[in-house]
Design a protein around this ligand. Sequence first.
Ligand SMILES: Nc1ncnc2c1ncn2[C@@H]1O[C@H](COP(=O)(O)OP(=O)(O)OP(=O)(O)O)[C@@H](O)[C@H]1O
Ligand SMILES: [Mg+2]
Length: 352
Amino acid sequence: MITTSGLTKVYQSRGREVTALDGVDLHVREGEVFGVIGQSGAGKSSLIRCVNLLERPTSGTVTVDGVDLTALAGRGRRAGRELREARSRIGMVFQHFNLLSSRTVQANVELPLEILGTPSRERSRKALELLDLVGLADKAKAYPGQLSGGQKQRVGIARALAGDPKVLLSDEATSALDPETTRSILQLLRDLNQRLGLTVLLITHEMDVVKTVCDSAALMKRGRITESGTVAELLATPGSELAEELFPLTGAAGGPDRTVVDVTFHGDAATQPVISQLSRTYNIDISILGAAMDTVGGRQVGRMRIELPGRYEDNVVPVGFLREQGLQVEPVDTAGPDLDTEIAELVKEGAK
Ligand SMILES: Nc1ncnc2c1ncn2[C@@H]1O[C@H](COP(=O)(O)OP(=O)(O)OP(=O)(O)O)[C@@H](O)[C@H]1O
Ligand SMILES: [Mg+2]
């Protein structure tokens, strides 16, 4: 639904060049909620602004719903109308709502339709329908100043939907809101995604947002995408930073001669009671040191840190059992330097 290839953006700022996007290849599938996460300055806003051509990319292409927007933009003035039409199929939600304070809620939602030249009766019907959809039917005549932050963002979302977009872009739509309101806005985005089949590309720096609503995610660093995939795919990628942040694990071995492993659950294996099977099959006691599990797309996914008696070499069979069940198992070196071994080494050195 959204594809960028080799997207770069270089800003000229006081005679200096700032590379905000450095060859971004992004692919967002139809009907999914895709989250881009990254630190401040990573290039997230630049990416989303290039996707709807609010910002002209320096090079590379952007295709949305089969239309090459960069080619349209490149054709100069006459392409204006085509580009505007293609853009009306892309809704945008902003961090600070960007509502006009002198206009009523309804008139704010009607604004994009006015620009598109929709007749007044039709505009009004559409705006009221959208306000109902976002749960604000009774606020049509209110002014933005009379609304809470969450309500303002609902107006922002209704306005973004005015042109019947297939794609919704959201740049930090919840970062000005408190946690409770954030949850309700995310829930609304999820609902719209499901009810309208809307594809959502959202930018955030909060892992929780990704965990709550995203089917897929990408990590951005210094203008590049360093990881991307469905949440399950990320989990299945050894060493994935996103998986680690989405499902953080802590917990150290309870003593020497213990084996600590991280077990990643995704796919079918996640529904099987593998830990109790392991315990029964090999008659071993297993301690759960930590777990970070969640339901994504109706499936349990996540990671668990468990401790087995004996050293890693002694646990080849149980570890093999877990892997046979389709789980990913990675040994964790939680013990740090083993003092006894180090002292023994030093003594040996000294004896030479
Ligand atoms: N209009 C501009 N002119 C010059 N430099 C810019 C402009 N917009 C962004 N930049 C620079 O490009 C880089 C990426 O900025 P961008 O706003 O895309 O980051 P971001 O990931 O959205 O950050 P944040 O999380 O703080 O919103 C930064 O170094 C920023 O200073
Ligand atoms: Mg930003």
